[in-house]
Ligand binder design. Structure first.
Ligand code: PLP
Length: 277
């Protein structure tokens, strides 16, 4: 809870109750955008000033989801790993939203040349059928923990739940039968093609797609209570947040269904820009 987004997350609600963490500004956006050395200088400065009291560096690789559906250059991950090595910090990747193919590779980590020390996975681990999460570590961390007298003695009652694990195994076996990279590339292309015309609409400041993620960003926060019934009228269920309307469809989606979703977004945005009657 304490490491989640300080602005958009729930952090502020628990101020004073949770450990205060250090936050750095998010990386500049654009998967193909050139690396901003000034940004890395800022990151380095924060680490340099605080590394004696910092255990690790946690981030969402390549795509920041709840933090604004921001896509950034994976090369930042290689550079941050080098900083973590230099200052002896553990690097933690939260792949709960990006894992299992969402960004076009099995893990977002696969877009860069390094591996984190700790990786968090959840959500698509079971294809979304049942709740299950896992924390994966490299040997350095695992042996470090067991060296000091055993495993973590804290776990939920239903940890390692056999039904959830079985659902995860089934989902992972299914995923292994996919031509994942091509499948996601296809969804990405179709999302980009069908969301493109939203760009011409009033209030739309950006339309961006990466992997099986499509985002339409508006210039103002969206009133969920106002907009959700409109989506339902269009026959779709879409949950916008902040200024963002986004799609993260299952990989079995076909082109027609992507078009239905994109058309619904287009139609609803068009309604929004009309004066209230
Ligand atoms: C959903 C989500 C979480 C929370 O995962 P839980 O397993 O429900 O605690 C954390 N990080 C990211 C990036 C998420 O998308």
């Amino acid at each position: 809870m304490s490491v989640c987004d300080p602005v958009n997350g729930m952090h502020s609600l628990f101020k004073g109750a949770l450990t205060e963490q250090l936050f750095i500004s998010p990386p500049p956006t654009g998967v193909d955008a050139a690396i901003d050395e000034n940004y890395l200088i800022e990151v380095r400065q924060t680490i340099e000033d605080n590394h004696h009291q910092v255990a690790g560096f946690i981030l969402e690789p390549v795509v920041q989801n709840a933090g604004g559906m921001r896509f950034y250059n994976p090369l930042y991950l290689d550079r941050i790993k080098a900083l973590c090595d230099e200052f002896d910090l553990l690097l933690i990747f939260d792949e709960i939203a990006t894992g299992f193919g969402r960004t076009g590779k099995m893990f977002a980590t696969d877009h860069c040349n390094i591996a984190p020390d700790i990786m968090c996975v959840g959500k698509a681990l079971t294809g979304g059928y049942i709740t299950l999460a896992a924390t994966i570590t490299n040997d350095k961390v695992a042996l470090g923990i067991s060296d000091k007298g055993g495993v973590f003695m804290h776990g939920p009652t239903f940890m390692g739940n056999p039904l959830a694990c079985s659902a995860a195994n089934a989902s992972l076996s299914l995923l292994a039968t996919y031509d994942l990279e091509n499948r996601i590339k296809h969804i990405e292309g179709k999302l980009a093609e069908s969301l493109d015309r939203c760009k011409s609409q009033k209030h739309v400041v950006d339309v961006r797609c990466f992997g099986a993620i499509g985002v339409v960003e508006l210039d103002q926060p969206i009133n969920q209570h106002q907009i959700q019934p409109l989506f339902v009228e269009e026959g779709v269920w879409i949950r916008p947040f902040g200024k963002l309307i986004y799609l993260m469809p299952p990989y079995i989606i076909d082109d027609n269904d992507i078009e239905t979703l994109a058309n619904a977004i287009y139609n609803v945005i068009k309604t929004l820009s009309k004066p209230n009657s």
